[in-house]
Design a protein around this ligand. Structure first.
Ligand code: NAD
Length: 491
């Protein structure tokens, strides 16, 4: 079978790349090669940046009300096609169709919010800062901007950035994950169909070499990144050293506290979804459950049952609750980390290693796994596993639980399950993480709130989505204005 080579989308057209290096994109459930993706070289990144720069002046002068008409068209096309896009997501990323559709809904929300740009981009002003002198603040687009995105939300994460960037009058270059490039190719086809002017939106595929070309390109003024912490730190330092704005979202190790007064059935169901949904490959996956006092035995038993009974298989099958992890290497790494946890003294309460999934023997599956009695000082307690593995820890007081939450190096999300208002309030106030869930397992901010990672989960100042997105993609211009009375003509 001939495997197709994926094209880039540059200057309003799909263009084959002249890359010397192409990577296989595989369906993680079947290991079948879906397409080959180019590692776009510098010269072609330059072509995309030059096309974006050429388009920028016309685009920034296009009134915001006109710019958002393209987004309204895109929103309609996304509504029409989001189920087909979800299928592509399941095929290249592995999550279930229901998870892929939910992801697209969250992506579409961002298009809707960005359609409010005529108001969101407004500045502010004062008359008479001194007698007869007025001062205004305007927001102007920064120019050509780029986003580098991870494999785990191929549809939603590009839409955390693109709608705000273009609505604010910037031209945008997307470098999707080389593991899941087909979703972005479909998005580019819809953007093309929506009639966006040439150069306003472009896709360059690739990996490190392509990212470095973006980070070094003098015409690219701002970079948004989502991925692992090591790469987020690297992208942030190289982009900012080159004088660019950068917002870089990194990895996570999200704790949930279960207090003894929590509704155990609801808590178990929610924590199981948060830990094993998307095969644990969510930056908001819960990966540590800290039980307090009597919650220990009740929760351990119920979460073990939930883990063991989860249906695992190919995400296109509607009865399946959890798909594979992204690659063979990822599966090996997760299994190695489970082994490491055991060697560090944890008890493997539910062991998901080397499962047999009938009909998908070549797929990259790991079943839900529970590690009990994980030592907070062990390596497994600190490492982002990014797979369907939940570690259990136990303490006697809520203060100890919060101290454990705050001892982690990441700060993407922390959650509490309780019936007590004061306990929830104390947690909300004291927990050192940027996204907080109270009786909620995946506290993903809606499009009109910032996606607020802290600590090692974020490098930068302004987060993705909503008003933060608008601030990131605009520069403030302040005008101080005087019109002396004596210059007045008599009318
Ligand atoms: P990754 O860091 O491997 O890749 C992310 C992007 O960086 C990809 O586009 C990739 O091509 C590029 N890249 C990879 N290595 C690079 C290098 N050495 N130099 C330059 N560019 C490089 O991440 P991933 O495996 O695709 O995604 C999973 C990670 O993303 C997890 O750590 C997860 O927690 C994180 N994530 C974070 C958030 C968040 O909002 N904080 C959201 C989703 C995923």
């Amino acid at each position: 079978m001939v495997v197709e080579q994926l094209a880039n989308y540059i200057n309003g057209a799909f263009q084959p790349s002249h890359a010397s290096d192409f990577l296989d994109v595989r369906n993680p459930a079947t290991a079948e090669t879906l397409v080959r993706v180019p590692v776009t070289p510098r010269a072609e990144v330059d072509a995309a940046a030059q096309a974006a720069l050429a388009a920028w002046d016309g685009w920034r002068r296009t009134p915001a009300l006109e710019r958002i008409q393209y987004l309204f068209k895109l929103k309609n096309l996304l509504e029409e096609h989001y189920k087909d896009i979800a299928r592509i997501i399941t095929q290249e990323c592995g999550k279930t169709l229901a998870e892929a559709e939910a992801e697209m809904r969250r992506g579409i929300e961002n298009v809707e919010v960005a359609c409010g740009i005529p108001m969101l981009i407004q500045g502010y002003n004062n008359e008479d800062i001194a007698s007869g002198i007025d001062e205004h603040m305007f927001r102007q687009p920064v120019g050509v901007v780029a986003a580098i995105t991870p494999f785990n939300f191929p549809g939603m994460i590009p839409l955390w950035f693109m709608p705000y960037a273009v609505a604010c009058g910037n031209c945008f270059i997307l470098k999707p994950s080389e593991k899941v490039p087909l979703t972005s190719a479909r998005l580019a086809a819809l953007i093309d169909q929506a009639g966006f002017p040439k150069g306003v939106f472009q896709v360059v595929n690739g990996a490190k070499e392509t990212v470095d070309a973006i980070l070094d390109h003098p015409a690219i003024r701002a970079v948004s990144f989502v991925g692992s912490t090591a790469v987020a730190r690297y992208v942030y330092s190289r982009a900012t050293a080159n004088g660019k704005r950068a917002q870089c979202q990194g990895g996570a190790k999200n704790p949930v506290i279960v207090l003894p007064d929590a509704d155990m059935d609801m808590t178990t169901k929610i924590v199981a979804d948060a830990s094993f949904g998307c095969a644990g490959q969510r930056c908001l996956a819960s990966s540590i459950a800290i039980t307090v006092g009597e919650a220990r035995d009740m929760f351990r038993e119920s979460i073990a049952d939930a883990a063991a009974s989860r249906t695992v298989g190919y995400g296109l099958d509607p009865s399946v609750e959890m798909g594979p992890v992204i690659t063979h290497e990822s599966r090996q790494r997760i299994e190695m980390l489970i082994g490491k946890g055991a060697s560090e003294g944890a008890n493997v309460l539910v062991d998901g290693r080397t499962p047999a999934i009938a009909g998908y023997e070549q797929g990259f599956f790991v079943r839900p796994t529970i590690l009990d009695n994980v030592d907070p000082s062990s390596e497994i307690a600190k490492t982002e596993i990014f797979g369907p593995v939940l570690s259990l820890m136990h303490v006697e007081t809520i203060d100890d639980a919060i101290a454990l939450v705050n001892s982690g190096s990441y700060g993407n999300m922390a959650c509490v399950f309780t019936n007590s208002g004061p306990a929830a309030r104390k947690f909300r106030y004291e927990a050192r993480a940027g996204n907080i869930g109270i009786n909620v397992g995946v506290a993903a901010p809606m499009a009109f709130f910032p996606f607020s990672g802290w600590k090692e989960s974020f490098f930068g100042d302004l987060h993705a989505q909503g008003r933060h997105g608008v601030e990131f993609y605009t520069e403030t211009k302040v005008v101080v204005e005087r019109w002396p009375k004596e210059w007045s003509r008599k009318f």
